[in-house]
Write a protein that binds this ligand. Structure first.
Ligand SMILES: [Zn+2]
Length: 333
């Protein structure tokens, strides 16, 4: 800042000082206003191999990553190592939720018999950091809340979700089950609509959205146009939620981290199966709006890197004994 010239005397100098004062207070206001509230949402869309996502029409995800990033990533831990984890849905979700591989979180299948809640999930970490942070889950599968997050279970940290919208697959009157799993498509539609509406209005600090239909199409029909079309449909559901976040960023002073990923790939031969350690089953992908991606993002991050990245964005303090057990590192600076 240059000093006021000594030649400026009397009323002129007074006016200059007042103007300078106004400019400085304006700067201060701008500084305060720039401290926007960090928010985060992660969306798991089930069972979409990276090569399928990259070939399908996905205008919403394309827009999301325009100013952020897209990368291939992996699940499954270290092949033949202690951390090797089946490329199975609940195993992948829980590796994201806890930032650890199956040898720690102890979920090896979709039965989720005995999850090890000593490895805290991201919602528990958020609530530990600040119990007033708002959390939400929108899911086409009930067990994500009741078994993996273990919401309400004392051994899993008690109640951690301020809002949830799930369990519709059990409502046979409203969603009668059909062989082609169109009821799951319709529940994804409902769940993504609810997520978009709720986020637009209430903007929870941390949200998880889970959509299932793409995996069902993969199991039923394998690789081909039906799987591609289901990915494009999923993209339109993600687009609703992304539009809500964009609208919040225009109307509110919020800094959103938006992550879309999948929980596993599919087999090379048919695309119908998964669970093994083949390259295509292990290869996943991460799409995000983040502008603060570091070199880890571009060098094939793991699903376990997502938790530390979200924690970094939300500036969560993680207890030392939980932090030291994490298997991943942040891909966000
Ligand atoms: Zn899955």
């Amino acid at each position: 800042m240059s000093p006021i010239p000594s030649s400026l005397m009397g009323p002129t100098r007074f006016v200059c000082l007042v103007v300078l004062g106004l400019i400085l207070s304006g700067c201060q206001l701008a500084n305060d206003a720039s401290k926007s509230a960090p928010k985060a949402i992660f969306i798991i869309v089930d069972g979409i191999p990276a090569d399928v996502l990259e070939q399908a029409q996905t205008p919403s995800i394309n827009e999301l990553v325009t100013n952020g990033g897209y990368t291939r990533s992996y699940v499954g831990g270290e092949v033949s190592g202690a951390t090797q984890s089946p490329t199975v849905s609940a195993v992948g979700y829980n590796s994201l939720l806890t930032g650890t591989w199956a040898n720690k979180h102890n979920v090896y299948d979709n039965v989720i018999e005995n999850p090890n809640y000593q490895y805290w999930d991201i919602f528990r970490i958020a609530k530990y950091h600040n119990s007033s942070l708002k959390t939400a889950l929108f899911s086409t599968w009930l067990e994500n809340r009741t078994r993996l997050v273990g919401d309400g279970l004392s051994e899993a940290g008690g109640y951690k979700l301020d809002y949830y919208f799930d369990g519709f697959e059990l409502d046979l009157d409203r969603f009668p089950h059909d062989e082609d799993r169109n009821f799951i498509r319709d529940i994804d539609d409902l769940v993504s609509n609810e997520a978009a509406g709720y986020i637009r209005e209430y903007a929870p600090d941390l949200s998880w959205v889970y959509l299932e239909y793409t995996d069902d199409v993969g199991h039923l029909f394998g690789d081909g146009p039906k799987l591609m079309n289901s990915v494009t449909l999923m993209d339109s559901y993600v687009g609703r939620i992304w539009n809500s976040v964009k609208s919040r960023q225009v109307t509110h002073n919020e800094d959103w981290l938006f992550i879309v990923t999948t929980d596993h790939g599919r087999d090379f031969a048919t695309g119908k199966n998964h669970g093994g350690q083949s390259e295509r089953e292990r290869t996943t992908w991460i799409a995000t709006n983040s502008k603060n991606l570091n070199s880890r993002f571009s060098s094939s991050p793991a699903v376990v890197d997502i938790l530390p990245s979200i924690a970094n964005h939300l500036q969560l303090s993680i207890p030392d004994d939980i932090f030291s057990q994490l298997d991943g590192q942040s891909f966000i600076d």
